[in-house]
Design a protein around this ligand. Structure first.
Ligand code: AMP
Length: 377
């Protein structure tokens, strides 16, 4: 494996990474940094938690011309939380490296006039945005499309799917032909590949081994339950495994609050995030979880996409994910940055077939477990 310097990164960026405790490239960084520095279009497949964000941010930082006060990079991500997270990493890199590179997060549901004012004031080199608001601001000519030299599409499997791909394509069409396009995705389906290829010149396709989409440091387990006993089983499970941090997934928003209430009633401090919770409350919940004030965060799928929280020891599927890619995204919230983690699913008899499918799909073993006498065996 090459070092960051050997991959072509400037020493000030390498020093900045070191301040973050990052000294050696991860595999995805190893495979992509040089290509991005060479201005190639890239489609990269890598599992969550593999260091995707820095794989694009580091070479982008090097390519930004900080002497020009103009918007040069647009990073698109599907959720507010992910936007905030990527932007925070960009700010950290700039401050740790003493680099005059500016960034700004742009999300929907926030006063657009304020955003316009900030864009004008800061003229950020890097804009990290959700697609809908980014397109609005481009149409209003507040994001200057003609100065954008690089577009990153994070979570490509989400952003290039049916509901979002129209907006993303419109954004790309607004920019100059010679801009560089980078797509990162945990899974690259034939559809995503097709859409991405339509938009790119001669993309470098970087694929991990087909079966390596799931982080190998995650141990997978399931407990068979009756649908009526799920929340009670969750309570017992949490008491049994005493997680440092557990992220619990529920399929439907209204059930998120039910589960949280029950846990709190039984003196397990927990908070919930889902679409109906305000942005401020969501951020507060995530902060309490991140800082360790609460040990359990209950979430719907959408809210937790891409969340990067250190030390999540357990991902618990209170409801079983309805497709393999969702299983992968949820499980990927644990075992970040070389740590190990456990994914435990509560499964009804109807959902047993899906267990076998995911085992085959990801080449993993999902081990059957039982809860008895306060222990997980
Ligand atoms: P990501 O896949 O971008 O969400 O990153 C997952 C986590 O890995 C983040 O907390 C990063 O700070 C961390 N990370 C990224 N690159 C490295 C690296 N080369 N060595 C160690 N940790 C890293």
């Amino acid at each position: 494996m090459k070092s960051f310097i050997e991959l072509g990164l400037d020493s000030n960026i390498v020093d900045a990474l070191e301040k973050q405790g990052i000294t050696e490239p991860t595999e995805i960084q190893h495979l992509t940094i040089e290509k991005i520095l060479e201005n190639k279009d890239v489609i990269a497949e890598s599992y969550t938690g593999s260091g995707k964000t820095l794989a694009f941010l580091c070479p982008i930082f090097q390519k930004v011309n900080s002497e020009k006060r103009e918007m040069q990079v647009l990073v698109l991500a599907p959720t507010h939380e992910l936007v905030m997270q990527i932007e925070a990493q960009a700010k950290l890199l700039a401050s740790n490296g003493n680099l005059p590179i500016t960034s700004l997060p742009i999300i929907g549901d926030v006063n657009i006039e304020k955003q316009i004012k900030k864009l004008k004031e800061i003229k950020p080199h890097i804009i990290v945005a959700t697609p809908g608001r980014a397109l609005d601001l481009m149409k209003k000519k507040k994001i200057t499309a003609h100065t954008i030299k690089t577009i990153v599409i994070d979570e490509g499997d989400n952003l290039l799917d049916n509901t979002n791909s129209g907006t993303v394509k419109d954004i790309i069409k607004c920019t100059m032909r010679d801009r560089c396009l980078l797509v990162f995705s945990a899974t690259i389906s034939p559809k995503v590949l097709f859409t991405a290829r339509e938009l790119m010149k001669e993309p470098e396709i970087i694929k991990n081994e087909k079966k390596a989409a799931l982080n190998p440091n995650i141990k997978h387990m399931y407990i068979e339950v009756d649908p009526r006993d799920k929340v009670e089983t969750l309570r017992k499970l949490i008491s049994a495994v005493e997680p440092k941090k557990a992220l619990v997934f529920v399929n439907r928003g209204y059930e998120v609050d039910l589960a949280t209430e029950k846990l709190n009633y039984h003196s397990i401090p927990s908070l919930s995030i889902h679409k109906k919770v305000t942005k401020e409350q969501r951020q507060k919940a995530i902060e309490s979880f991140r800082s360790g004030k609460i040990k359990v965060l209950v979430s719907s799928d959408v809210s937790a996409r891409g969340l990067d929280i250190q030390d999540i020891t357990h991902v618990i599927n209170l409801d079983f994910p309805t497709n393999a890619s969702e299983y992968l995204h949820r499980a990927g919230r644990t075992a970040r940055a070389g740590a190990t983690g456990k994914t435990i699913s509560l499964v009804t008899s109807k959902e047993m077939a899906a267990i076998r499918i995911y085992e085959r799909e990801f080449n993993i073993n999902i081990e059957k477990k039982n809860l008895s006498h306060g222990k997980l065996n």
